[in-house]
Design a protein around this ligand. Sequence first.
Ligand code: AMP
Ligand code: MN
Ligand code: MN
Ligand code: MN
Length: 282
Amino acid sequence: MLNIDLHCHSTVSDGVLTPTQLIERAHQRGVCVIALTDHDDVAGAAEASRAAAEKNIIFINGVEISVTWRGRTIHILGLNVDPDYKPLYDGLTAIRDGRTQRARNISAELEKVGIKDSLEGAFAFVGERGLIGRTHFARFLIEKGYAKDMKTVFKKYLVKGKPGYAHHEWAQLSETIDWITGSGGRAVIAHPARYNLGKNVLNDLLDDFCTLGGTGIEVVSASHTQEQVKIFAHHAKVRNLLVSCGSDFHGPGESFYDLGQLPDLPSGCTPVWHDWKLPVLS
Ligand code: AMP
Ligand code: MN
Ligand code: MN
Ligand code: MN
């Protein structure tokens, strides 16, 4: 089976490795096709694709876009996008601007429970691009001893009903799919099990996603149990969706799966890369 990983993060968003370091690690782990999918940014593409070419790894331009659908946050992967496509580029810029305002709101919420200077503290973990997210706040909270690891932070803080939560409106599903498909890419629902949607709401999401031009679903993910892999492979089959796989790697010790350490796709799935001209496939 092809060692392919279509979901991971670098210091451009909330990963801890630079694009070059990420590709080096992927190379060490035998990955032959990789997509860098930073949150709401494609700025790592040039560096990562250069590094990948040196290591004979096939590089796929990607992004993980934050979306608000019916008041919930959903992540949509754009795979094989054109990073220079203006509507995509402008759309991502607007989302990143929103992140900065949300960070102030998160910091104000943490202040209410006596946690001071979290904005500065979180920004100390932010990369050169200035993209700030909850992961950076999480690293600050761990550093200060409020939680022992990532998993614990996201149980005690930063989520709905807990200190440090700030509601935020991300991009719309329709515009997100348009940016991706307009740039020549494929829109894929990231880690669908993570949203804890009931059956009916999940079906509504899949209906909307397919109607709006989405064509893929991430079935193999670090966020999914074996049972969930089967469930989403079934949804893919029923709806003729292409299937993707990704580690969602953020950094050593922070992620459940390392790069390129994924279980195989269930049989009968059509991979999202089935019609890509990949030299390793020919
Ligand atoms: P944001 O897009 O700023 O809201 O941050 C979302 C990010 O937080 C995800 O991409 C993960 O990196 C991280 N995250 C969210 N929930 C968890 C969790 N339960 N465990 C570990 N990391 C999480
Ligand atoms: Mn993340
Ligand atoms: Mn995600
Ligand atoms: Mn991700």
